[in-house]
Design a protein around this ligand. Structure first.
Ligand SMILES: NC(=O)c1ccc[n+]([C@@H]2O[C@H](COP(=O)([O-])OP(=O)(O)OC[C@H]3O[C@@H](n4cnc5c(N)ncnc54)[C@H](O)[C@@H]3O)[C@@H](O)[C@H]2O)c1
Ligand SMILES: O=c1ccn([C@@H]2O[C@H](COP(=O)(O)OP(=O)(O)O[C@H]3O[C@H](CO)[C@@H](O)[C@H](O)[C@H]3O)[C@@H](O)[C@H]2O)c(=O)[nH]1
Length: 433
């Protein structure tokens, strides 16, 4: 099929490449000329495992092209809209300016029978509004909403082999077109839920709200563990054995960040307020508050570990991206901790295998080094805040040779406390004795 993908960021670039990998003829459109130049040359503008391979093969084969000109999308049968929906600074609601601009730019180019498919995460009610706009301005086209559930770090696999497909549609035709787009996943037996616009929009924000709740639940248990001497990781293992609960997403630590969970729960709460149902998801504000307290907890532990003040003390911060296998630093707990420590006068040296470039743009005041050893050298405190595999596998004995003081805060509870203590370290996890 001929497909356009409008918005080629973390979601759109992967979606466009994966659709081409599945054999479709794809054009990616973005307003960012630099990004489009990189993608057209087969270079991903961000780090995502597996993306370079499919981007290179699809651009080389000619099945995948990129442009900044919406007119180049005109002959596509299906248009995926994957532009950003960031948090509005004043209200916390989703900022729909980019979605509206993309739709207005696309509408004049819609061919007879074209299907527009929303992928961006939007407040419930957005699709109905945009469907009315299309019915008015381009009645020969139709709209579907097909939320995306990919995880950064696993984006290619999640796109090609999704756990489920959700179609919010106004008629059966739209569902059959989407079945042709996703024929490989459908044939592999992927569950497919065909529903109305509002349900499809709500499925997406409900899923992220649930995941955020699971993480903040275990972090709340960590807060209780910290005043009782209990161990939250054992607690998570024990409750996780109950299949009704499950062990995944019960890793206590510095909490959730990224371009999705924090902004999506805030936008959901703001939308519920608008709908007069603020109390129904009022708990999401508590989920957010627990999450942000964990960042503060790491900062407080750092102050404690350094005897009451971090001022002019060298702190090695391991990790700046919001999760491993990603260079994304949007609302990163790791970067937030580094910035707070710097604000308190610490000499922060931060490192990360992929996130430094993005972190430097947002926080040029921090010192960044690419080598873990350079970050650790002469450090008076080590703070592990993103669990990249190379930090998880640090050897406590060798690491002790590099630092000036053997004190570590494990903000992701990924190190073996016994091994680190045996090597002479003062080890502090979160929610662990
Ligand atoms: N990143 C993820 O893992 C993920 C997963 C599921 C859903 N989502 C949702 O997908 C959407 C996109 O997220 P993202 O992380 O890819 O954001 P992003 O900021 O990485 O990418 C958005 C892209 O849209 C482009 N853009 C903005 N206005 C445009 C316009 N008028 N026309 C064409 N392009 C335009 C921007 O230049 C940018 O490249 C958001 O709604 C997000 O919540 C993201
Ligand atoms: O037990 C856990 C699991 C995750 N996290 C943190 O939670 C955040 C989010 O992690 P994850 O959900 O794996 O990453 P995202 O790529 O942001 O993916 C989420 O957000 C996407 C955008 O909406 C959705 O598509 C995905 O389904 C949803 O998992 C990260 O900071 C993690 O460190 C924890 O603190 N503890």
């Amino acid at each position: 099929m001929r497909i356009s993908v409008i918005g080629c960021g973390y979601l759109g670039a992967v979606h466009a490449s994966a659709m081409a990998e599945l054999g479709h003829d794809v054009i990616g459109i973005d307003v960012d000329e630099h990004k489009i130049g990189e993608l057209a040359s087969g270079r991903p503008p961000f780090f995502e495992p597996g993306l370079p391979e499919i981007l290179t093969s699809a651009t080389a084969s000619g099945r995948l092209r990129f442009s900044t000109d919406m007119a180049d999308a005109a002959d596509a049968d299906v248009h995926f809209v994957a532009v950003g929906t960031p948090q509005s600074p004043d209200t916390n609601a989703a900022d729909l300016r980019f979605v509206d601009a993309a739709f207005e730019a696309l509408i004049p180019h819609l061919a007879e029978g074209a299907l527009v498919v929303g992928k961006s995460t939007v407040p419930v009610g957005t699709a109905a509004r945009l469907a009315a706009r299309i019915a008015d301005a381009a009645p020969h086209a139709t709209l579907a909403w097909n939320p995306e559930f990919l995880r950064e770090g696993f984006a290619v696999k999640d796109t090609i082999e999704p756990d489920r497909l959700v179609y919010g549609v106004g008629d059966d035709h739209a569902a059959s077109v989407l079945d042709r787009v996703y024929h490989a996943a459908i044939e592999a037996g992927t569950p497919r839920i065909v529903t109305d616009y509002a349900t499809a929009e709500l499925v997406k924000v409900a899923a992220n709200a649930f995941l955020a709740t699971k993480i903040s639940f275990i972090n709340a248990m960590a807060e209780i563990a910290e005043v009782t001497g209990a161990d939250v990781t054992q607690l998570a293992d024990a409750i996780g054995h109950d299949a009704r609960i499950g062990r995944r997403f019960l890793n206590a630590g510095v909490g959730f960040g990224g371009g999705c969970l924090p902004k999506d729960i805030r936008a959901f709460a703001a939308r519920a307020e608008e709908l007069g149902r603020g109390e129904s998801v009022g708990f999401l504000r508590e989920i957010d508050a627990i999450n942000l307290r964990r960042r503060q907890r790491v900062v407080d532990l750092a102050i404690e570990a350094l005897g009451g003040s971090v001022n002019e003390r060298k702190v090695a911060v391991l990790g700046v991206s919001f999760k491993p296998d990603s260079d994304d630093v949007r609302d990163s707990p790791a970067l937030d901790v580094a910035v707070q420590l710097k604000g308190l006068g610490a000499h922060v040296v931060a490192t990360d295998p992929q996130g430094i470039e993005n972190a430097r743009v947002r926080h040029p005041q921090l010192e960044y080094v690419t080598s873990t050893e350079d970050a650790l050298r002469e450090a008076e405190l080590v703070v592990l805040v993103t669990e990249w595999s190379e930090y998880r596998s640090l050897d406590p004995v060798a690491t002790a040779q590099l630092v000036s003081s053997t004190s570590i805060i494990d903000g992701r509870n990924v190190l073996d406390p016994a091994a680190w203590r045996a090597a002479g370290w003062a080890y502090q996890g979160l929610g662990r004795p």
